[in-house]
Design a protein around this ligand. Structure first.
Ligand SMILES: Cc1cc2nc3c(=O)[nH]c(=O)nc-3n(C[C@H](O)[C@H](O)[C@H](O)COP(=O)(O)OP(=O)(O)OC[C@H]3O[C@@H](n4cnc5c(N)ncnc54)[C@H](O)[C@@H]3O)c2cc1C
Length: 473
């Protein structure tokens, strides 16, 4: 521990009490490695404030002693943005004790949740208020509102409701100079220049510490229908989406699953079974919901899929007859990454291209990668309707210690080049963190990098907020 860190810790203990400070290495240790276990950091202590005032104290001390802070929520991020540097130069700032829902109102359709509120807890609170917070994702039992906001997370309902950027009405944050930005009023209109709220969304903790967020709620779901359909290709899957969207406004989830991913899930995940008999090269999971009790959503989806079958848009389909069956279909989709991990080494790329270009991109990019590295298995699954696919490459017969660092790095560069050439993004929803920072620097237009650096420099001139993540100055 450096002298500066020791002084900061002593003052923090004096001002905030022992509860706000964790120095026992055994308690700190589980939080210094990223969720995937790929990046190992170190931190001599973890600060755990319980209020915005306490965050202000900590940030002021960090500025005074020039000690960097790494904000952390549930540590479920995919880009190692919440993992401290390995040299122990930074302190972890755990936001998990700030876990109050300050208010929730069905009348103005807003909830104000502190940064450490876990997403599933917000879902329950909204449900109790007769409303719904629509964003959801596989890590909902651990990820926090602060982390979701800081990564501008997406998930499986983006098609209808957008990413966090669409669902955040305002942000309260402690800026790097210790001042508090309060954007929680929920104003629909506020044109006082640059939006600090929007700057903080997706900033990955590099511009300040988010302490609370005003979130938009939507009416609760009265009923949902979940269906699984077999299709010939990603292009046919997109045609099915367009067909459905032209006939109903109720589609909110549309996930592409290749047969290869389904096979892995069936092989590695207990209590899963193929939704359809017969072979289909590709599959889609469709979720439709309605807030109106009068709509028979299952009948609507059934009729639409029957029509799609007649027109040759799908090979077969099944609709979940009850919630258990609906959950079983979602379990297949949500278990793909876990099944891949059980199978062996897998490189994950969270990429986006324009929606109409995505089907061809998946097929072409997979063929190019497999041609360049014979024996690896490349495929894309996920949020086709958002133009966002998890383009994963399995090592196959190349599996070996050090594969990620050597050939894996080459494959990632190739995928990122293909995405960039297609006018897409090398990070659709997981952020840049420390894992993609070099690729961002390599591929982003110079003007974009310069603008990011200028913003970082202006708001955090001392470089105390999550240095080494997203943008290097
Ligand atoms: C099984 C699984 C499925 C997932 N599915 C999806 C998906 O479909 N879509 C998707 O977008 N993501 C997905 N993720 C990724 C992850 O859940 C999201 O990135 C989530 O937003 C991270 O929240 P967290 O609280 O765990 O943040 P952390 O991992 O703790 O932090 C993430 C980043 O935010 C910063 N941060 C955290 N809290 C604050 C704060 N209060 N103030 C300032 N900065 C802060 C950190 O410094 C870091 O840079 C998935 C993860 C898992 C494990």
């Amino acid at each position: 521990m450096t002298d500066a860190q020791a002084q900061l810790i002593a003052k923090a203990e004096q001002k905030l009490g022992a509860k706000a400070l964790i120095t026992d290495p055994k308690e700190v240790e589980p939080w210094v490695t990223d969720w995937r276990g790929r990046v190992h950091g170190a931190a001599p202590a973890m600060l755990a404030p319980a209020s915005t005032d306490e965050v202000v104290e900590i940030v002021r001390l960090a500025a005074e002693h020039r000690v960097p802070l790494v904000p952390q929520g549930g540590n479920t991020g995919m880009a190692a943005g919440a993992t401290p540097p390995a040299d122990g130069s930074a302190l972890l700032l755990s936001m998990r004790r700030m876990n109050r829902i300050r208010s929730i109102s069905a009348d103005n359709r807003l909830a104000v949740a502190e940064a450490g509120v876990v997403l599933a807890t917000l879902h329950e609170a909204a449900h109790e208020a007769g409303m719904r917070f629509p964003l959801t994702l596989g890590a909902r039992g651990s990820c926090t509102i602060g982390g979701l906001t800081s990564t501008n997370a997406g998930g499986t309902q983006v098609l209808k409701f957008g990413t966090m950027r669409s669902l955040v009405a305002g942000v309260e944050a402690v800026l790097p100079d210790g001042s508090v930005h309060n954007g929680l009023s929920g104003l629909k209109k506020d044109n006082r220049g640059y939006s600090l709220d929007q700057l903080l969304i997706g900033a990955e903790g590099t511009l300040g510490v988010i302490t609370a967020v005003a979130l938009r709620l939507v009416p609760a779901v009265a009923a949902r229908a979940v269906a699984w359909a077999g299709v010939k290709s990603p292009l046919q899957a997109l045609e099915l989406l367009r067909f459905l969207e032209e006939r109903t406004n109720n589609i909110e989830g549309f996930e592409l699953v290749p047969q290869d991913s389904l096979d892995l899930v069936l092989r590695h995940i207990p209590n899963t079974r193929a939704p359809l008999s017969g072979g289909h090269s590709w599959h889609v999971l469709v979720e439709a919901t309605t807030a109106g009790a009068a709509t028979d959503i299952a009948a609507e989806v059934e009729q639409l899929l029957a029509c799609a079958l007649q027109q040759g848009l799908i090979g077969d389909a099944v609709i979940a007859a009850n919630e258990a069956q609906a959950e079983a279909l979602w379990k297949i989709r949500d278990s793909i990454s876990e099944a891949e991990r059980a199978e062996g080494q897998t490189l994950a790329h969270d990429i986006s291209v324009a929606v109409p270009d995505m089907p061809a991109f998946i097929v072409d990019a997979a063929a190019k990668v497999e041609r360049a590295f014979p024996g690896v298995i490349a495929s894309g699954f996920g949020h086709l309707g958002d133009g966002n696919i998890h383009f994963h490459v399995r090592a196959g017969n190349h599996a070996a210690p050090g594969w990620y660092e050597r050939e894996g790095a080459e494959i990632t560069r190739m995928v990122d080049d293909l995405v960039t050439a297609a006018g897409g993004s090398i990070s659709a929803e997981h952020g840049i963190g420390q894992l993609k920072i070099s690729e961002l620097e390599r591929l982003a237009p110079p003007g974009r990098i310069q603008a990011l650096r200028a913003i970082k420099q202006a708001l955090d001139p001392l470089g105390i907020m999550n240095p080494g993540k997203l943008v290097r100055i």
